[in-house]
Design a protein around this ligand. Sequence first.
Ligand SMILES: [Zn+2]
Length: 570
Amino acid sequence: MGLLEVIEVVDVHLDLCDKASQTFKVSLKWKPRTHRQSWSLPIWTPGSYTIRDHVQYLHSLNISQASNDRQVQRIGPSGWKADLDTLDLVTLSYVIEARQLTVRTCYLDPDVASLCLAAAVMEIDGQRWAPHCLTLALPAGWNAYVPLPGEETFWAKDFDHLVDAPVHAGCFVSQPFVVKKSSHQLLCIGDPPMGWPANLVNDAIAVCNATCCLMDEPPPAGDLYQLVIHMLEIGYGGLEHDYGAVLHYSWRALAEPDGYRKLLQLIGHEYLHQWNVRRLRPREYRPYDYSQAVISDGLWFAEGVTSYLDLTLPFLAGLSDRSTLLKDLSVEFSPLLINPGSQLQSLSDSSREAWVKLYKATPASADSQVSYYKLGAAMAFCLDVRLRQQNSSLTQVLRDLWRKFGRSHRGYSRLDIKAAIAKIDPNTANKVDAWLDQPDSLPLISIVKDLGLRFEERYSNKRETGLTLVEREGLVLVSRVAISSQAHHAGLVVGDELLAVGGFRLRKVDDLCKLISNEQPVSITYSRRGRLSETALFSGLPQVDHWEIVIDPEAPSELSNLRDRWFQII
Ligand SMILES: [Zn+2]
């Protein structure tokens, strides 16, 4: 007969009708190629580099052929296999508990479904690169939004394409918006008490347009891009996808003076990820291995460069000004100057150790680790200033890497980044290894000075104890003790419950500074492992709370000229 090939498809069906149970049924159907068939659930979600063991929310697994159940053998925490008598169509079904409301997990309640399919759909051995076809059974009156081609049946070219597509469903409607002639969809989920910002659509368009100007081309997702903003009481997060982004933001944060600008920066951050990280990706993540942690020293470029540039997007969009941009950079860089972690952990190690450190950080982590988002943004800033001095820019390097490694979906390595920088500035390219691998090696303070700017310290109005406290279930607990601080010398440790200060009951975190208003030592009554004790706590003068980047009025004109060029960003 000839050349006709039967395209084999994996059918994926999600049944969301039992919404009140906060569970949904998954069934997959496919034609097996071998009699021994294995399959597994991803243990992590791309974009969020830590093991999440999504399988903990899975139960009632069954596999059948022609209505006959087949015996299943577990081969790992997230993997199974079955020996099949025939190569007839296989049906695999199971239930997912959907009670985790994050951008990287699954959530379902009587009003809304927000599903990250990497946490729900099995990878069938041998079928990863086969087309996957998605259908949904929805509660009455619900609409579904999936950034995949199709209307009732959605088509993904392979497993990666499918699990990268977030599924949202409920009674809400989407709003169209256009960026560089591509029509996108905006889904606003939730009801902030003050209402949604009146200019959100127009300002989001301006920020997305500015992002396209940075990359000098229209959005690679084209007409499929779907921006989902879920406005919650508490929560913050974003997850990038090839054809959209899911954002969680809190209306409490939105009501803060900088809250709306930070939301626009988050929108821009995820929009820029269409290029940097989704399609232009560290080589280690091409393709993704969903079965284990995959370390890379390139996450600083993926997240640090994106974090640096996202701060500039409202400014580039005409929604902010120079002094606000300097303020935002100050907030980003200030922790690097204050927390000791940047003296211990290098930027490349922060990237590699994301799996076990950044995503599991506690307040005490500030003493031993540094965020590759923040230090990566500082690295991006330093590179940008150095490249400006050669009449170029970081965005030029990003576009160069995009053309070589992004459009073709090849991964990049550190050598590729260094080569792109070396074409413009070999001296700076030679410094990249040290800045990445040696803790505390980035000359941030001197590079800020090169722009005719300087860091100025701002002091706290509270007396210093070195204690960081947290309220949990009505208890005031120590969450960090700064090294060599007064609290350290008083013998307090993380986990101690503070009960009283100078004989007065402590109920709230803020009570502490009210009760230690002078230099006299105070007695602290605390509970450790259920036993009460007392210690004397001294307090010191207020310490530096944060650093601000300000314009140096005495800077020579060549520095202020460089600063003017740097403010062009692109
Ligand atoms: Zn990001």
